[in-house]
Design a protein around this ligand. Structure first.
Ligand code: GDP
Ligand code: IMO
Ligand code: MG
Length: 426
């Protein structure tokens, strides 16, 4: 079977970029299917380090075709900048394909993202302020502008006129902000159209033709299960479906083309932005995880909130994504801890929950129920087989496997491509 979906199981930044880059050599296509430049995926190989926001994390391979699917939202300024950055590192981007049906982030989406966050005040989501939510809103409201619209000046002007009639009213009357003219945006965006034109393709058709002749496809998720607009900690989520089902819709292939779903889980837990986080730590352990794990956002530079591994979340991710495998990342960071806690259930309102509580208010004040495991107290970043790991580290992995009900097939012990233990992934 041809398709593997890779998804985040927690609140993002699990190391999806690293795992995608690692697996990409066994695939013919690597496809982003949702999200936009709210993502920040880090790929490190040798002396090359890439911080990717829109381009799939397989761009370093000459014989893998990277694609941006229809489910993504694209800020053309950011895309052009990112392509320039990749070029300057000596990597070709010629083979990139961009769906003509992907939606375009417009300048007013950025303004509205910021303004709506400011209006929410203490209830703000803590978005990346990249215009992601407002762009998806327009897609669903059917006044969005797609990549193919950008390529046809006549249509672009017409659609822009329609969109601006509403957007300018909102900007001016609701938020008291400056408005835009069609001319102003055309001047900015039409040059981007010419930069992007060579990459634009019918991604869904190309993928389906490739699958018919036996090609292998890896669908690279951005964000994560708990940030999914349907399955995450709503409203503290992003505006797309980051779970595995999104791959089918966001790339235009049937669900029966996907036979493996790899969930990426960090060996502890982080979150950027607002929202509940039962295992969050505000003590020295939290600081150690943040420092040792380098937990600073790739996209916004914000400090990530840190906490212990939450097995309830990963078990939930196993269900909603249909996980067949887990990749457990950043195990090396836990070497700094003498004892390691794992949340196996929550307690809220006098009830113990082994699954996510049915009401958001119970989840918001859920207290974690912990099991404590011994640490291993030594550097594991040079381990390359599961047997190389100290016994306590092996036991930690086995414990998480059991709690998730899904095998851990990959363990990573450092940011480099080579710092990986293939434990059963074939
Ligand atoms: P993504 O958004 O899921 O792709 O993850 P990010 O790239 O935002 O964040 C993961 C960070 O951890 C990056 O800086 C990676 O280079 C780094 N990283 C990935 N795997 C490992 C690992 O096994 N150990 C350590 N120490 N760092 C890792
Ligand atoms: P990767 O792919 C972590 C979070 C934001 C905010 C919420 C909504 O690198 O894992 P948005 O700008 O999407 O409307 O913000 O989602 N968020 C992420 N957190 N990693 C990401 O991507 C994220 N993308 C969005 O911090 O809480
Ligand atoms: Mg990230």
């Amino acid at each position: 079977m041809p398709g593997t979906v890779l998804v985040g199981t927690q609140w993002g930044d699990e190391g999806k970029g690293k795992v995608t880059d690692l697996l990409a050599e066994n695939y013919d296509y690597v496809v982003r299917f949702q999200g936009g430049n709210n993502a920040g995926h880090t790929v490190i190989h040798g002396n090359t380090e890439l911080a990717l926001h829109l381009v799939p994390s397989a761009i370093m391979y000459d014989d893998v075709i990277p694609m941006i699917g229809n489910g993504c939202v694209i800020d053309p300024r950011v895309l052009v900048e990112e392509l320039g950055q990749i070029h300057s590192q000596g990597i070709s981007t010629d083979k990139l394909r961009i769906s003509s049906n992907a939606h375009v982030i417009m300048p007013y989406h950025l303004d509205l993202d910021g303004a709506s966050e400011a209006r929410l005040g203490k209830n703000q989501i803590g978005t990346t302020k990249r215009g992601i939510g407002p762009c998806y809103q327009d897609k669903v409201a059917r006044i969005g502008i797609r990549v193919q619209d950008l390529l046809d000046e006549h249509i672009f002007r017409e659609k822009l006129q329609t969109a601006l009639a509403e957007k300018n009213d909102i900007l001016r009357k609701v938020y008291g902000m400056p408005t835009y003219s069609v001319e102003q945006i055309c001047e900015l965006y039409l040059p981007y159209a010419e930069r992007i034109r060579p990459y634009v393709a019918d991604v869904s058709r190309e993928l389906n033709e490739a699958i018919r002749i036996g090609k292998q496809v890896l669908f690279e998720g951005a964000q994560a299960t708990q940030l999914d607009v349907d399955h995450g900690t709503y409203p503290f989520v992003t505006s797309s479906n980051c779970t595995a089902g999104g791959a089918s819709v966001g790339a235009g292939v049937g669900p029966n083309r996907i036979d493996r779903v790899l969930g990426v889980a960090k060996a502890y837990l982080t979150r950027v932005g607002s929202g509940p986080f039962p295992t969050e730590l505000s003590d020295a352990v939290g600081e150690t995880l943040a420092r040792t794990g380098g937990e600073v956002g790739v996209t916004t530079g914000r400090a990530r909130r840190c906490g212990y591994y939450d097995a309830v979340l990963v078990r939930y991710a196993a269900d909603v994504n249909g996980l067949t495998d887990l990749a457990l990342t950043k195990l090396d960071v836990l070497s700094a801890l003498e004892r390691i806690k794992v949340c196996t259930a929550y307690r809220a309102d006098g009830t113990t929950y082994k699954t996510i509580p049915p009401s958001q208010s119970a989840f918001h004040h859920a207290e974690p129920v912990y099991e404590t495991l011994p640490g291993w107290g030594c550097d594991i970043s040079e381990c390359r087989t599961f047997a190389d790991l100290p016994r306590e580290a092996q036991e930690y992995v086995h414990f998480l496997e059991e709690l998730a009900g899904v095998p851990v097939s990959i363990v990573t012990v450092g940011p480099e491509r080579s710092q990986t233990i293939m434990k059963g992934w074939r």
